[in-house]
Every structure is written in C-alpha cells, then in structure tokens.
Design a binder for this molecule. Structure first.
Ligand code: PMP
Length: 449
C-alpha cells in the first residue's frame, strides 16, 4: 500500500500559487534554522565518543552496567488476534536484540529500529536516501519539544495554525515564543492566510523561520490538507524560506494515505530539507509505550539528539526493542495492513458518532467531517454561542456533559464558539447520544440567557 493523491475536501480549486517543476539537488546545510544554543551545543564527551566503539577497538569508555546483573532472560510478547486479521501469536525478544534493549543505547535510538523506520519512510513518503535521517523519541511530543528548542531562540516568532494542538503550547510558552496565529479553514492551514501574514510582515520585526502544523485529522479542528493545499503552503514556505514542523500522528488514520509535506517538499524545494516530520506510534501500537520518531534534515535531527542526550540520554531501549521486534515480525506490509485496519476502525466509529451528533445538534451547530483523527470540532455559532468556555463551565456542566472549550486551542486564549469532542473511546451506543442530547439542551439553555 503506497500513498495515493486524494482530494480531501473541495481543494480541486485552481491554485493561486505557481507550481514548480519537480527538482532534486545536492544535500543542503540547514544549520541556518538552528537556534543559537543548538549551534553551539554538542553531545558531551562520553556520548560523543560512543559511536567510535567498534569490535576492533578496546573501549574503556562507558559506565554501562554489566548485563550479567540484569534479571531478564528473555521477554515474550503474546499478541492477541490483530484487527488486521492476524491470529494470536508470540514473539520472543532474546539474544543480541534483548542485549540492546536492556543496555544504554544511542541518543537517536536503536540502530535496527532506525534502519527499519528509514526504509519505511523511503517507501511511504517516496524519498530517496539523502541529507535526512530518523530519530526516536519518547512520543512525538518529546521530539517536538526538543525540536522547538533546537530551532527557536527564546522570544522568537513561530507560525502556528490555529486552533492548534494544545499540547505544544507549554513547550512554546517555556521558550517565551511569539506565537503567530494562522487561522485554519476547512482544509486546515490556509496558504492564503499564511501568505498574507508573511507578505505584510513589518520590516523592523524579526521574521518567523518556522511553521507548525498538524496536516491530517488536525487536533482539534479535524481538518485535513489535500496534496494541492500542501503544495500551496510549500510555495509560500519557499518564498519566505520557512522550515515546517509537520506533526502527523494521525497520518495513518486515513485510507488512502494523503501525501505528506515530507513527500511533497521534493516538488517545491530543489534540495528538500525544509520539513521535519513527526510520526507517533501512540495511535497505532499504544499510547503508553511513549514512542514516536522524527524524520528530517540531519542538522536539525542532530540538534534534537543533542537535546535528548542532555535530557534523558535516550528513549527507553526496552520500549524500542519491543516495538522493533514487532515491526520486524510484521514487516512493512504487515505494519501498513495494521494501520489500514486501525484507520477503518476509527472511520466506522466516526460514522456512528457523527450520526448521533447530527440527530441532536443539526440546526444548532456545524462541523467539518474529519477524514482522519479522533475529533469533531463543533461550531456552535449557528445557535448564537460565542464563548464555549462559559457554556461548558456552567450550562453543560449542569446538564452533565463535558467537552474541551475551543479557547484551550488558541495561544491568545481568545473566546471561541467551538468545542472539541472525541470519538476514540466513548461508548457509541448510549453515552455518545446521551452526551449530544445534553449538549443540545445546554446550548438551548444558554440561548435563553
Ligand atoms: N500531536 C498531536 C496533534 C496529538 O494529538 C498528540 C497526542 N494527543 C501528539 C502530538 C502527541 O503524540 P505522542 O503520544 O506521540 O507524544
């Protein structure tokens, strides 16, 4: 299964942005995107030497604990019958794989898993080997936090689509980042709005070099960008020399897959190197594993690895070992078949959930039906609601229903007529209809005010 171009919404409209021919070129040096601190910080003396340890070298380097003292003899994973139709089966982690999983390892992640993921990215995103690499993190959240500090100086501007995944706000606030809100439309990040902001940027103000977006099944808006929309955004990025942080944890939750920014950048940038992609295993294998991977220019990934070395040495090698043995066992085709089954699972849930929402909210609210992700972003302005926060804290709470007020997804904390509701895990038969009935009552009560 390979990604195929799809029209996600009504994006077949002709693009106002000129299209460049597909180009390839020599590797580029993307250190110009690094923060001052990232340019001057290196992995410490011990970790910096670890890659030089080869079987021919006598190494007195590391303070690795002696595995003879570890209690684990082997680890057997008992897999239940999978949603892609595989029978129950067992995989045992032992030998060299277990040794690597139990020992301190490289900051970028276990070599075998990185190689597996590199081959996956080459296939799925149609990228040839080049000046890009893959690093593991404790969830994509961990990698994004480290990337923000690798590319932003304190106080720097960064363009963020709004509403934005609220999980990135604490890291950006810690950096005192100047978050420039770029409002989404029904395809997420708007190239037109982005161009307007950048074309009229004041000459005396530091210009943003980085943009953050969740292009598929956006959390919270549920929108997805079509390939054409991504090309339009890439054109604006080219004009203004931007780096994209592509946060794509829902990428595999739609079928067919939508070509990513990481794939499409090769059509716009002669040397690519303008997209750092963040993938997550949370929605495909387990959220509690805390495993994600970043893919992008070597210079930026190295700066992320330096941050990992300083913060936590590396992502749990045991978790990587477990995921790696499962992925080796499945192979790429097995992984893609699993992802497709997960996507079908959520699509079925979305359909039932949305039917319940229509039953109770039609006439009071609207939303864009999501092709991926786990959320409906419900706009209650047709009912005259302007501040969902006060609705949730008073009328909705009184009726016994909770949803996330839109305000939480704006760096400026602006009032919003939206609420985010999730269909990932809620009981669809009874709880979802009951919740929507209560929300409708709450909206009507608010209207009476
Ligand atoms: N980005 C988005 C848009 C998300 O919704 C989430 C999880 N809710 C994350 C990143 C974090 O993913 P992970 O579990 O891989 O850290």
């Amino acid at each position: 299964m390979a990604p195929v171009p799809v029209q996600v919404a009504d994006s077949a409209v002709s693009s106002p942005f000129p299209q460049s021919p597909k180009t390839t070129g020599p590797p580029v040096d993307q250190t110009n995107f690094l923060s001052d601190r990232a340019r001057t910080t290196e992995i410490d003396g011990i970790r910096g030497l670890l890659p030089l340890e080869t079987p021919d070298v006598v190494s007195f380097l590391a303070g690795k604990p002696n595995p003879a003292t570890f209690p684990f003899g082997s680890i057997t994973l008992n897999l239940k019958p999978s949603i892609s139709g595989r029978p129950a089966e067992s995989i045992t982690l032992d030998g060299a794989d277990l040794d690597h999983a139990l020992q301190y390892g490289p900051s970028a992640g276990l070599t075998s898993l990185r190689n597996w993921l590199t081959a996956l990215q080459e296939r799925v995103h149609k990228r040839t080997p080049g000046n890009w690499t893959v690093s593991l993190g404790s969830g994509s959240q961990d990698l994004m936090t480290k990337c923000f500090s690798a590319v932003l100086n304190p106080g720097d501007p960064i363009l963020v689509e709004t509403p934005v995944y609220s999980g990135v706000l604490p890291a950006l606030r810690l950096l005192n980042a100047d978050m420039i809100e770029v409002d989404v439309d029904d395809q997420g990040l708007s190239a037109t709005r982005l161009a307007e902001i950048l074309d009229s940027w004041p000459a005396d103000k530091k210009k943003p070099r980085v943009i953050y977006s969740t292009p598929v099944g956006c959390n919270p808006s549920g929108c997805s960008a079509s390939p054409q929309r991504k090309l339009d955004v890439l054109q604006v990025m080219q004009k203004h020399n931007l780096l994209m942080m592509e946060d794509d944890p829902y990428y595999y939750l739609t079928t067919p897959l939508i070509p990513s920014y990481f794939e499409l950048e090769t059509q716009v940038f002669p040397n690519a190197g303008h997209v750092v992609r963040f993938d997550s295993f949370s929605k495909l294998l387990s959220g509690g594993m805390r495993l994600g991977y970043a893919t992008g220019p070597k210079e930026i990934l190295h700066a992320i690895d330096v941050n990992t070395a300083g913060a936590n040495l590396h992502t749990s090698a045991l978790t990587q070992g477990i995921a790696g043995s499962l992925l080796q066992h499945w192979g790429q085709d097995g992984f893609l078949a699993h992802s497709e089954a997960v996507s079908a699972f959520y699509k079925e849930r979305r359909d039932v959930f949305e039917a319940a929402a229509h039953k109770y909210l039609d006439g009071l609210a609207t939303w864009v039906s999501p092709v991926a992700g786990m959320f409906l972003w419900i706009d209650m302005s047709p009912a005259g609601i302007t501040d969902s926060y006060s609705l949730i804290r008073t009328e909705a709470l009184a009726k016994g229903v909770l949803a996330v007020p839109g305000q939480s997804f704006y760096p400026s904390n602006r009032k919003s007529p939206h609420v985010r509701v999730s269909f990932s895990i809620i009981d669809l038969e009874t709880k979802a209809p009951e919740g929507f009935a209560r929300l409708a009552e709450a909206i009507k009560d608010k209207r009476k005010e």
